[in-house]
Structure formats: structure tokens, C-alpha cells
Design a protein around this ligand. Structure first.
Ligand code: ASP
Length: 322
């Protein structure tokens, strides 16, 4: 069995050479060399995709990463892939790949919160647990996974919850699919949400999708920023509610043909469809032609980008009408 480790950078690949100046610089081979136990799980091969902090990664990089993984799937030389990446945008990259990757070779994303120069760096344990996950049979059926702090999550559900704690990744409401006990991956849940695999056209991918969180008495200018953009993703309050003052700007975006996609800004739950009817309620969102997303705002934006580039917005999102 063979696992390919694709390194992109992030804290897991960082060293602190000048004191307080951690930055990605370790190669995939260096990461692997620090964990002799990996050799007991599979033959390990490495690939240095990039060596950057994750906020430097672009939508084009996500696409290229997906293509790289797809190539490994096609050549049948790897039985699983582990992507090491910075934790900051890990969930967006993993979900992008999840939406586009078409294959049964397991793909697992991981990273670290403590760089190798700190006491108790978590990268080696996360990488080892990820390789175990990739070699565990149910992983082939589970879509793209994130293994972190000995827990395994569906890329679709996982989010970074804490800015510094090693126990940062969680799947609010739905929890982990599996946990790692010593050398065993203990699966307890099946990820049953099936989404269509999307095939974005590379030249149609754009980062020009705005993402805005609704806040109390927010200025309309924040929404107006999406004028002339390719789309607006809006995290509404509660079950899908907005201040009435921003409705006129949303109407003009809709009239200009700009796709509008809504989700809730609450970490758990989804948008209501038929509970409230006040001005600015979910009824207003539906009158405005909003698509409904059940993902957090950052993943809603990723799905919008991919779906638009695949010309599949109507397939990707539900659009309840009033
Ligand atoms: N703090 C980040 C990390 O965990 C930096 C990054 O995302 O690259 O890797």
C-alpha cells in the first residue's frame, strides 16, 4: 500500500529559526522523515506542491491541487493521499477538492496548530493519524476527510473553531465520523450527504464572489461592494433575517443579475423556509431570489465559485420560492 503526502506549507511545515518568526519552510520529505512510524502504515511518497502560509493560497491553487490529486488517482500508484496545509483556510481547500474530486482513492487533509519548534508540536501526530485514516477501508466511501487531533471529519462539515488551541477542528451539530485509538481508526458514523461532483472550467473560476456577514444595523455600503461582482454570499442572522435597510441594495443586485446566496451566520442550524413573514425575514430572502446554502459562509463562497465555474448553480443550491 502506498500513501502520497502532498505538502502545501502552513504551521505543520514551519520552523522558528529566528525566534518568533515561524514560517513554512520544511519539505514534505522532512515532515515524513520525522515520523518513522509512517513506514509501518504504507510506502510513503512525497510531493511538494507549495510552501506557503495557507492564506496565501488562491482559488487557482485549489484547482491545481485538485488536478494534482486527480492525476494521482488516475495513475493508480497511490492508495491514498494526505494533504498537509495551514489550518487557516484548510476547510475551504478541503471542501473545494471535495466538490470537484472524482475518485475513490481516499483524500485526507491535515495540518498543525503548534509548529515543530514549540513544545508538543501536533503536526507529526496529525500526519500519522491522517495516513492511518487514508489506509482505513471506510475512507474510500467518505468523500474528502479532515483528520486532526485524533478525530476524523467530513470536509463538508468541519470548521476551524479556535484560533490557537490544538483541538480546533470540529463539525458543529454533526460531530466526527471516526476517532483514532492508538493505531486503530474507529469509525462510528457514515457521511450520507451526497453532493454532485462539479467540474469547473478553469478559466471560469473567479475569486470575485463577495462574502458578507449581516450585523445589526449594518451599512448598505457593505452590500453595495458586491455591485459588478460575480456573486454575493450573505450570512444572515438567525434563521435567515436581515435589516430592512439593506433590501433596496439587494434588489438592485438581483436586478443586475448578480447571484445571491444566503446562509445563516449561526454556527449551527440552517435557514428557515416558512416560519416568519416580516420584512427582512426568510420570506424576503426568497422574494429576492436567494439561493439557500446549508454551509458556513466561507464554504458557501467556495461552493458558489465552483458551481458558477461549472455552470451548475441551480444544481448546487436549492432556491425556495415564495
Ligand atoms: N496558523 C496557520 C496554520 O495553522 C497558518 C496557516 O494557515 O498557514 O498553519
Amino acid at each position: 500500500m502506498s500513501v502520497r503526502i502532498i505538502s502545501t506549507g502552513g504551521t505543520i511545515a514551519s520552523t522558528d529559526t529566528t525566534g518568533g518568526d515561524a514560517a513554512p519552510e520544511l519539505s514534505a520529505e522532512r515532515l515524513v522523515a520525522a515520523i518513522p512510524e509512517l513506514g509501518e502504515i504504507a510506502d510513503i511518497t512525497t510531493d511538494d506542491f507549495s510552501n506557503v502560509p495557507s492564506p496565501h493560497l488562491t482559488i487557482d491553487d485549489f484547482y491545481e491541487l485538485t488536478q494534482t490529486i486527480q492525476t494521482f488517482e488516475a495513475d493508480s500508484e497511490s492508495d491514498g493521499v494526505v494533504v498537509t496545509i495551514g489550518t487557516d483556510i484548510l476547510e475551504e481547500a478541503a471542501y473545494f477538492v471535495d466538490l470537484c474530486y472524482d475518485g475513490s482513492m481516499p483524500v485526507v487533509f491535515t495540518g498543525a496548530m503548534r509548529n515543530p519548534s514549540l513544545p508538543s508540536p501536533d503536526g507529526p501526530a496529525n500526519l500519522l493519524a491522517s495516513a492511518r485514516t487514508a489506509m482505513s477501508d471506510p475512507a474510500a466511501e467518505a468523500g474528502v476527510l479532515v483528520t486532526f487531533n485524533d478525530r476524523v471529519y467530513a470536509a463538508r462539515e468541519v470548521t476551524k473553531m479556535h484560533s490557537m488551541n490544538v483541538d480546533t477542528f470540529q463539525a458543529p451539530e454533526f460531530g466526527p465520523l471516526a476517532v483514532i485509538d492508538e493505531t486503530q481508526v474507529r469509525w462510528r458514523h457514515r457521511h450520507i450527504v451526497t453532493e454532485p461532483t462539479l467540474t469547473p472550467k478553469e478559466d471560469a473560476l473567479t475569486n470575485d464572489i463577495h462574502a458578507v456577514t449581516v450585523t445589526a444595523d449594518m451599512p448598505s455600503a457593505q452590500i453595495r461592494g458586491a455591485t459588478d461582482s460575480n456573486g454575493l454570499c450573505l450570512a444572515a442572522t438567525g434563521a435567515g433575517h436581515i435589516p430592512p435597510t439593506i433590501i433596496p441594495v439587494l434588489e438592485s443586485l438581483r436586478d443586475d443579475g448578480i447571484p445571491l446566496i444566503a446562509t445563516t451566520r449561526c454556527p449551527e442550524g440552517r435557514l428557515a423556509r416558512e416560519t416568519y413573514g416580516f420584512k427582512g425575514s426568510e420570506a424576503t430572502l426568497q422574494e429576492l431570489g436567494f439561493y439557500y446554502s446549508d454551509l458556513n459562509l466561507q464554504k458557501t463562497r467556495i461552493k458558489t465559485i465552483v458551481a458558477l465555474a461549472a455552470d451548475e448553480l441551480d444544481v448546487a443550491f436549492d432556491r425556495p420560492t415564495k
